[in-house]
Design a protein around this ligand. Structure first.
Ligand SMILES: *Cc1c(COP(=O)(O)O)cnc(C)c1O
Length: 412
């Protein structure tokens, strides 16, 4: 029989969310939910999955996209790099901060989502690349690097080939860039999952300056950009002059439009980007996408076009506002208990600190005493220890009920 890719065996303890699901099942088996007692129902503030229906204008775009496929004049097959109209619209709607020099359509690549693009981007860098992440971080940056071989061996704390830049209360969740190694790929997520922290303009300027000086490529993950409400906070790395020479940006309709199950995202790869040897990164990305990806669903793209119309953008705002309302409820409840938190104001995550405690223990305690499912911070990297991530994705009634139950934590 064939042998297994040894890198699969190098992935530590499986992916975080299956592990949480396993612990939930274990708990529910020991303390069953009783349909006659609503207080025994487990409420999840754990995963980053959207819960609310797609709003009507955007939904009609999807329906119309499907309908078009059933008539000769509307039918389309492979779209490869994505509908031209969608790429142009993304450039206009999401990158107005680029100083009158918009991205051309061939710098914007439509895909089936940001996570998938991150996995494919990792093919550009290969096993010998140096990798840096914010610590804590969204798991695919590290786990995908394990699969390509770039992460190196597990050392007990983390992977030897990855440099973890701590983002803690002490540095206001922005890493010390003097620790960024030369010529590395740096995954940077703002608004951040899991901390909910958003980098200020001056911090992103510092980031771009450091990346250019050190020959680093920033993979900027802007999946939560539409949750930013403070107009002083940049929604894209390309609001910073010089970013085109050192950054790609991945983004998605998943979290702003509820497209987690529809699947639609994009990556911006500026033509200014080159490897150390002078080759074009844009040309290589085009090549990789053409080789292992055959384009996003044309139904999803019709939905994306509807989402970028004035009515669609209004619905995006409305949906994000709804989840931000949940976030406020959670943050207020936690702060009422004296728990110190960050996030939830310009992001759908609240990062709560339980000093001196193990985050899997706090996770277990919240599950047992409140029957609320959360995400242990340690699952996102060594610096996540002693933190819990609360997700604002949930129905309002469930979130309110969960917030009320969290009061029990204070009664230990
Ligand atoms: C949810 C999420 C994504 C995934 O987006 P898809 O487009 O659904 O693949 C990417 N990055 C971060 C940080 C996320 O939280």
């Amino acid at each position: 029989m064939i042998s297994r890719n040894p890198r699969l065996g190098a992935l530590k303890a499986g992916y975080l969310f299956p592990e949480i699901a396993r612990r939930r099942r274990e708990f529910a088996a020991a303390y069953p939910e009783d349909p006659a007692k609503p207080e025994t129902r487990i409420i999840s503030l754990g995963v980053g999955n959207t819960t609310e229906p797609i709003l009507p204008h955007i939904d009609r775009g999807l329906i119309e996209g499907a309908r078009q496929l059933g008539v000769p004049e509307g039918y389309s097959g492979y779209q490869d790099e994505g509908l031209l109209e969608l790429r142009e619209k993304i450039s206009r709607v999401f990158y107005p901060e680029t100083g009158g020099d918009p991205f051309s359509a061939d710098e914007i690549f439509i895909s089936d989502g940001a996570k998938c693009d991150i996995g494919r981007l990792q093919l550009l860098f290969g096993p010998d690349s140096k990798v840096a992440v914010q610590d804590p971080s969204y798991p695919v940056y590290v786990d995908g690097s394990v699969l390509t071989g770039a992460a190196g061996p597990w050392t007990g704390e983390g992977y030897g080939g990855i440099s973890y830049l701590p983002c803690t209360a002490e540095n206001s969740y922005f890493p010390d860039l003097s620790k960024l190694q030369e010529n590395s790929v740096f995954y940077f997520c703002s608004p951040n999952n899991p901390t909910g922290a958003v980098a200020a303009k001056a911090q992103l300027e510092e980031l771009v300056t450091a990346a250019k000086k050190k020959g680093c490529l920033i993979v900027f993950d802007a999946a939560y950009a539409e949750y930013i409400r403070d107009p002083a906070l940049p929604k894209t790395i390309f609001a910073i002059p010089g970013a085109r020479e050192c950054a790609v940006e991945v983004n998605s309709f998943s979290k702003p439009a509820g497209f987690t199950g529809v699947r639609l995202g994009w990556t911006v790869v500026p033509k200014e980007l080159h490897y150390a040897g002078g080759e074009s990164i844009n040309a290589d990305w085009n090549r990789v996408m053409g080789t292992i990806f055959n384009g996003a669903s044309n139904i999803a793209q019709a939905g994306g076009l509807a989402a970028l119309s004035p009515e669609g953008l209004q619905e995006i705002r409305q949906l994000c506002d709804f989840y931000l309302g949940n976030a406020k409820c959670i943050r207020t409840a936690l702060e009422g208990l004296g728990v110190s938190c960050v996030g939830g104001d310009n992001s759908p995550y609240i990062w709560a600190r339980f000093p001196g405690r193990d985050s899997w223990d706090v996770f277990a305690e919240i599950l047992k005493s409140c029957r609320v499912l959360t995400t242990p911070g340690a699952g996102f990297g060594p610096s996540g220890q002693s933190f819990i991530r609360f997700s604002a994705f949930g129905h309002r009634q469930d979130v309110e009920e969960a917030c009320e139950r969290l009061g029990k934590l204070g009664q230990r």
